[in-house]
Unconditional design. Sequence first.
Length: 239
Amino acid sequence: MAPEPDPGYFQFDDIIEKLPGIYHAFALSTLGLVERLCKSCDLQGSTLADICAGTGRGALTLASAASHVYAVELQRGPSLFGCEQIRAQDIANVTYLMGDSNTLPLRSTSVDHAVGMWGVVNRREAERIVRPGGRVFLGGCAPGNMAGELSPMIGALYGIPRDSTLGEMFFADVGPDRGVDDEGYSWEDFDHVTDYGTPEEAARLYGRIYGPQVSQHLQDQEKSTVHWRLRLLSHQVDP
C-alpha cells in the first residue's frame, strides 16, 4: 500500500495551505452557493465581507456584482493564491485581509452584507460588521452531503459511524427544503452539480482530497460531474 501523501487525505486545512491550486480547482460547489445567493439578494453596488475566503472562489465571483469585497482569510497559502488570481484577472475591487473569523479586521457596521462559504464563521462577529438591515449569508452542505453524492461511500470508506455527529455529515435522508435554525437563521437546501470537464480531472481532484479509492470510483464510473445538496443560510441584522 502506498504511503499517504503530505498533506494527508481529508486534511482540508493543510491541503488549502500547501496545495491551494488543487483546492481552488476542487471547490466548485462554492460557485453553486454564490449563484444561489446572488439570486436571493441584490448585491449590486454593495460592500461585502467574505469570511474564511480561502483561495477566493466566492470573493472573485461576488466581485462582478459588488462595489468592493473584503476577503478575510487566516491562512497564508490560500491568501497568496487568491491575490495571484486577483492580479491575473485584473480585478480591482477585492482586497485580502488576514484575520480570524472570531476577531474580524473590520469596523462595526462597515459592510452591507457578510458572506461565509464552507468556513467556521462566528455569527455574532459577522453580524457586528454588517450595517443594520444588512444580511449574513452562510453556505455549506446539507446534512449527509459533506462530499456531495460521494458522501456515503467516503463515510463508509473511512469508517465513520452513522450515528455519530460526524456521521450526520455523510449519512442522511433527504429532509425538508427550508427551515429556521435555533439562532433564527433561515435556510434553504438545493441541488447543484459541479462539472470538472473530464472524468480524469474529477478523479485527479477528488482522489487527492479523499484518496485513491475515490479517484478509482470516478474513473470506473466515467464521471466528470458530482451532484451536491447544498445549504444556504441567511439572517438579517436588526435595523
